[in-house]
Design a protein around this ligand. Structure first.
Ligand code: NDP
Length: 394
């Protein structure tokens, strides 16, 4: 029986709040805090259990520390934006609270994410006797746990991993992103990168593509991107030779993104407009549909998983470990599309692992460093069933 504070009332925050509310024996008290309290209140109004709400600016560390000391939760679930990660970690340390997030810290003024900033908190969390769990969404998150499961149960040696993320959903808009537009467009328009025999190899943005035949979705073209779990998995999966990340995009999405990039609308530096400073990508976010509003319009399936190749009992083996999620079913359950759902459910499951003592430790952890089995069992139970498919080797 534990109290949690959830920070962030966007698409993912809504799902996490619903899912925590479904497990009252673990999450006995839930506080939802975000910059705009009316968004917290709108989520709380969808849920039968009482959810307390609060206005908080997570970038104001003293105010957030005072708030956490007053509330004294066992855990903070951070589903605000990656820019807030370090501030929330600082406040958790100052208030003596455990920490969980779903996305790697990214500085506001550099479109680059790396674990180095959060891994630098290792000693501080260890010395304070507190635990921080990083990247407990789907990718990163479940994908890391799939790799840990492959290492523990399916392979003696893992040689290559390809993480595949397909969204075959349709929201009917000419252009919209399924999670925060700023974070999404910074990620997709950046250079690609993958890890091969100990070296990082850089590619031009969305310049490499490959066709994959996704179970239940069919063949789709996916593009090589850099994604944060590559960094921790390259370190933590023993004997790994190569790891890459692929995501599907429609031609329409890429055409819009490239046009916006070409005219400077993805810029992250302020420009002068009629005497006012405007950051183009922040203005673009104001114009684009709010991802939290896509739920009622989105139809179709997502398929996210890990294609793992290596050796088992001296023989080559290749498997695809994956989940398929249906946008409309997510909306029926928690008023959300599947991208927020597949992020919010693992955030709740990671929190449940920490609060029930199945995942405990002092310091900063990536998901693959913890036992995959209890997590995967709970994941299937709470809405994201997963499967292992044997694939032809080679
Ligand atoms: P949204 O933009 O929909 O929601 C973000 C929320 O954070 C908003 O409610 C926003 O408030 C709030 N917020 C922003 N800044 C602050 C602040 N300084 N203090 C308090 N609250 C703040 O984003 P999503 O819900 O789509 O995404 C949430 C997180 O999940 C992101 O970090 C994203 O990268 C991550 N994610 C992870 C995935 C994974 O698989 N691992 C997949 C998808 C997303 P306001 O409404 O006032 O702007």
């Amino acid at each position: 029986m534990s109290k949690v504070v959830i920070i962030g009332a966007g698409g993912v925050g809504g799902v996490v709040t619903h899912k925590c509310a479904q497990v009252p024996d673990v999450f006995s008290e839930i506080v939802l805090a975000s910059r705009t309290q009316s968004k917290c209140d709108a989520i709380a109004a969808q849920i039968k259990r009482p959810i307390r709400t609060a206005a908080i600016d997570a970038d104001n560390v003293p105010a957030l520390t005072a708030f956490l000391k007053k509330e004294a939760p066992a855990l903070v679930i951070n589903v605000a934006l990656p820019y807030q990660d370090l501030h929330i970690m600082d406040a958790c340390l100052a208030a003596g609270v455990d920490y969980l997030d779903t996305a790697n810290y990214e500085p506001l003024d550099v479109a680059k994410f790396e674990y180095k900033w959060q891994w630098a908190y290792q000693d501080r969390f260890k010395n304070a006797g507190r635990m921080a769990l990083l990247g407990s969404g789907f990718d990163p998150g479940v994908t890391n746990v799939f790799c840990a499961y492959a290492q523990k149960k399916l392979f003696d040696e893992i040689h290559t991993i390809d993480i595949l993320d397909a969204n075959a959903g349709d929201h009917g808009y000419a252009f919209a992103t399924n999670f925060n537009p700023e974070i999404n467009l910074r990620e997709v328009s950046a250079k690609g990168r993958y890890w091969d025999h100990g070296e990082w190899i850089e590619t031009e943005p969305v310049s490499w593509s490959r066709q994959f035949d996704f179970p239940e979705i069919g063949p789709k073209k996916a593009y090589l991107l850099y994604h944060e779990e590559l960094e921790s998995l390259a370190q933590n999966i023993k004997g790994l030779k190569r790891i890459r990340f692929w995501m599907t995009f429609s031609d329409n999405y890429l055409m819009h993104m490239r046009a916006l990039q070409n005219v400077g609308m993805l810029g992250i530096e302020a420009v002068n407009h009629k005497g006012q400073k405007i950051v183009p990508i922040e203005f673009l976010k104001t114009l684009l549909p709010d991802p939290a509003s896509l739920g009622p319009r989105t139809k179709g399936l997502t398929n996210i998983g890990c294609l793992v190749e290596g050796l088992k009992d001296g023989k080559p083996r290749k498997v695809y470990i994956y989940n398929v999620c249906n946008h409309e079913e997510c909306f029926r359950e928690v008023f959300s599309q599947a991208i927020s759902y597949t992020t919010g459910v693992p955030a709740m499951v990671g929190a449940k692992m920490m609060l029930t003592g199945k995942w405990r430790g002092k310091g900063v952890f990536n998901m693959e460093q913890l036992d995959p089995e209890p997590f995967l069992e709970a994941l299937a139970k709470h809405g994201l069933p997963w499967q292992v498919k044997e694939m032809p080797v080679g």
